[in-house]
Design a protein around this ligand. Structure first.
Ligand SMILES: Cc1cc2nc3c(=O)[nH]c(=O)nc-3n(C[C@H](O)[C@H](O)[C@H](O)COP(=O)(O)O)c2cc1C
Length: 189
């Protein structure tokens, strides 16, 4: 088994607005999703699921979110409403990763949420390894009850991230990365 260290060392996000068609074809998407769910999972609870937003459904999704935003704020300027409508239309594929924690399990909820977070990370790495770009976004819809209902989420579920995936239009410049030494310490007794 070989693991490309470059894939780890060179990971970076491509902003969703810089993602375009083509996205993964059906076979490649299947491969990506299989890769994504190979996550650490305490208790083997599979406490997550993925909701795919593709094609015309992405605009329809944005339109429904914009309606929610206007209902909340009737004075929302047209420019902001339009921004809401278009938010999910740039990348050809958006995957909403939803945590479905099992409250009856002795595994703490945070561990189940982190397993769902690992699905998001796998999607980022997997998309990049397959030659695509990706970005993990949340935004207000990730925390809004009406948006959750639109996605068919149960009250106990959490929206962990929208992973936007497509072909990068640009070479994304490297950003400043954290200085490793600022984030490591060695425990001493
Ligand atoms: C849980 C989570 C939510 C995020 N939500 C947003 C977001 O809504 N908007 C945004 O600009 N970046 C968001 N980001 C950050 C981007 O995904 C990305 O990490 C950032 O642009 C830095 O790029 P990099 O991944 O190349 O380091 C989020 C990251 C995480 C982990």
């Amino acid at each position: 088994m070989s693991l490309s260290l470059d894939a780890l060392n060179l990971r970076r996000s491509v902003p969703s607005k810089q993602l375009t068609a083509p996205g993964p074809d059906a076979g490649t998407l299947r491969q990506l999703l299989e890769m994504a769910i190979r996550v650490p999972d305490h208790g083997k609870l599979t406490p997550w699921r993925m909701l795919l937003l593709e094609g015309e459904a992405k605009l329809a999704f944005g339109e429904r979110l914009a309606r929610i935003a206007v209902a909340r704020n009737p004075d929302l300027p047209d420019s902001k409403r339009e921004k809401e409508q278009r938010r999910y239309t740039f990348a050809p594929l958006v995957i909403a990763v939803i945590a479905s924690p099992n409250a009856d399990s002795k595994v703490p909820a945070i561990e189940q949420l982190m397993s769902a977070g690992a699905v998001c990370t796998n999607l980022l790495y997997g998309a990049q390894a397959l030659g695509f770009g990706a970005q993990w976004l949340t935004g207000w819809a990730a925390y809004d009850d009406d948006a959750h209902a639109l996605m068919g989420m149960a009250p106990h579920e959490k929206l962990i991230g929208f992973i936007h995936i497509g072909t990068p239009k640009i070479d994304v410049p490297e950003r400043d990365r954290p200085k490793l030494n600022d984030h490591i310490h060695t425990w001493t007794p």
